[in-house]
Design a protein around this ligand. Sequence first.
Ligand code: DON
Length: 327
Amino acid sequence: MTPKIDRQHVAQALRGAYDRVKNTTGGKNADYIPYLANVPSTLFGIAACLTDGTVVAVGDTEYRFGIESVSKVPTALLAMQQYGAQEVLDRIGADATGLPFNSIIAILLENDHPSTPLVNAGAISACSLIKPVGDRDGKWQSILRFVEALCGAQVGVIDELYRSESETNFNNRSIAWLLKNYNRIYDDPDLSLDLYTRQCSIGITAKELATLAATIAAGGRNPVTGEEVFRAELTPKITAMMATVGFYEHTGDWLFTTGLPAKTGVGGGIMGVVPGVMGVAAFAPPLDSAGNSVKAQRALADIAAQLGLNLFDAPRAAVREAQAAKA
Ligand code: DON
């Protein structure tokens, strides 16, 4: 039987996962961004936020780490909020690349669009689309305010991380200009790349990330602050994107194992969304070969199994009821 999803069961599941996973070794901090190499690799935290606003947490859930690629989710959502889901599908796409997150080959293979806003190319393209708000640094303000509304907290860029990324992001610079070559970027490439680099450098805690995920799970209404952040019709769209490419070239294995739409970042964070139920996030810096946190993925897989969060699972009680009614 599927356990109940309430504070007590979720707290128990988080504690169990934490204890089972905490001694896991293996993986290595990202080192192509120098700042990330120096984050203490023993940090580990798990947080969940239910769609009624209940937050539970265990471990290092107040530590601010680089959101990195998890930031691709809010910007994709913001682009859909501003333009509609269909226009984002037409101008960027929603296909898995099956290739690493920073793949140049993926851009060459897709001859009519960057493929999905959840890999670097599509994310830089999504940044180029964002409409500004306010009167200064408008596009950045638009992204930052949206992230803050989703997680219900003030967040900001970790300056040292931003500098570290800006000084070393040669591959992303190539991507931005290659997109320009194919008319798949909708503003100045350098400016769009800078927005992307800044959003990746946002510092966030596991608790804030869980709340961000819960806002998606709750159809756009932040369950902690009560703010309506985006249109409910976008939850299935962004969740489908996460399910399709959230773990890059390991996405199929992840979805097969857990049935949980989730998005990873090389800062060590992973956020999972269970529509209608909860958001869950885990953080631990050492990564596997695809750039996904080793401990965070084990922890989320453990919690998904304990709480029966697999989206593809048949609702057995409902099936039994329907069959009993017919008999
Ligand atoms: O663009 C990059 O390479 C980094 N700022 C983000 C990459 C990332 O997080 C990939 N995810 N696992």
